[in-house]
Ligand binder design. Structure first.
Ligand SMILES: [Fe+2]
Ligand SMILES: [Fe+2]
Length: 291
């Protein structure tokens, strides 16, 4: 039952300052649709990442390894900052006239009421059941963190997006988050392997978690596009394919291939993305407040 942190760098919590005053909802100036697809990151992030933090706080007393414990504490601080950053992003989109309150309620219901400490509001009294539910949540977090890591890697390498005419502040929010996802990508996997390492649980929860996040992302895109007064029609898949060809949004194939890699018995989060690249980005990023 070992799953220790293998990277030697210390994970650093950061609190960048963002000012979206001048950011339009179509922040890729010539591409409203790609803007709304990437805007999904704002409403989809806060509730699950608060749930990651709660799950890891619940598991903290069980950790037997000091290095892992330090990494988990830094992870919690990073995810808390991401949740806050994207809450600001969500409020900004709402201030521009797109009501996301129903979507946020759905997310809070799933990640607080349904998947929180009390599943579906049911109080777990038996300690063995409590532990099994915690292990289940840790397995789900590990699967979700695989996705956030590969999407973080995408955003750091998306030439199409970086060459597009964009609002730098929103791009900075995405890249900061993406880089920290790559930086801490081994923590949730190590945590699960340390406290459970049940491969059946890992596989079954991933089979649920990947589609769950893909469906929630799709609902968010539909919501953003349908409520955008400047977009004439609802979300069309062919518009998404065009944006993906331009490397302004992640390709379906990129995301699906990443999901499948998770089931490889030799999977390691360290085979995904580059810590050096993530740190190179984070080390040059200005305007951090102390966390
Ligand atoms: Fe995050
Ligand atoms: Fe993360």
């Amino acid at each position: 039952m070992k799953g220790l942190i293998k990277q030697h760098h210390r994970i650093i919590p950061r609190r960048p300052v963002f000012d979206f005053t001048g950011t339009p909802s179509h922040w890729i100036y010539d591409d409203p649709l790609a803007s709304q697809i990437l805007n999904v990151i704002n409403p989809i992030t806060p509730a699950p990442e608060r749930w990651f933090c709660q799950t890891f706080r619940d598991a903290l007393p069980l950790i037997q390894d000091e290095q892992l414990k330090a990494a988990v504490i830094a992870f919690i601080k990073q995810e808390g900052a991401h949740s806050h950053g994207h809450t600001l992003g969500t409020r900004h989109i709402e201030a521009l006239g797109i009501d996301l309150s129903q979507y946020s309620q759905l997310m809070n219901w799933i990640f607080h009421d349904m998947l929180g400490q009390k599943p579906f509001g049911y109080e777990l009294r038996h300690s063995a059941l409590k532990l099994r539910w915690l292990q289940t949540r840790l397995a789900m977090v590990a699967a979700a963190e695989h996705l956030t890591g590969v999407l973080g890697h995408w955003v750091l390498n998306a030439d199409g997006l970086q060459q597009a005419p964009v609002d730098e502040e929103m791009l900075r929010l995405l890249q900061w988050h993406g880089a920290e996802e790559v930086e801490h990508r081994e923590v949730a996997d190590a945590m699960f392997r340390h406290l459970s390492n049940n491969m059946l649980l890992r596989t079954t929860t991933a089979v649920v978690t990947f589609p769950l996040f893909i469906i929630l992302a799709y609902i968010a895109v539909e919501t953003l596009v349908a409520k955008d007064p400047q977009l004439p029609q609802r979300f069309r898949f062919k518009d998404y394919l065009r944006a993906a060809r331009q490397d302004r949004v992640p390709r379906v194939g990129y995301v699906l291939a990443a999901c499948l890699r998770y089931f490889n018995p030799k999977y390691s989060p360290l085979h995904e993305g580059s810590t050096e690249q993530a740190l190179a980005y984070l080390n040059q990023m200005p305007a951090f407040k102390p966390a």
